[in-house]
Design a protein around this ligand. Structure first.
Ligand SMILES: [Zn+2]
Length: 91
């Protein structure tokens, strides 16, 4: 018995955790991230279907909202949407 329990191979370069990627999606879509961070997210999205789905949902929601005019919406839907936007704008 020796005192060297840590003889495994080094871990591969850690990937950004999904929660971090999701939190940065808005900035990512707006192109507000530094290049290295942007590349990191692009790589993550390349092989993480969970985050990719989040990105697509986010992107289509934002473009849908931008294409709508408020007066076209029923008032209860308008409230739901503005609550949604408030949540995301505060991040
Ligand atoms: Zn992910």
């Amino acid at each position: 018995m020796t005192s060297d329990p840590d003889g495994g191979q080094p871990a591969p370069r850690p990937r950004a955790p999904c929660s971090k990627v999701v939190a940065l999606l808005a900035d990512y879509l707006d192109g507000r991230l530094p290049d290295d961070r942007h590349t990191e997210l692009t790589r993550h999205l390349d092989d993480c279907h969970t985050c990719l789905a989040q990105l697509q949902t986010y992107r289509s929601t934002v473009s849908l909202l931008r294409s709508l005019r408020e007066e076209d919406l029923p008032s209860d839907l308008r409230l739901t949407l503005s609550a949604f936007l408030d949540q995301h704008a505060n991040n």
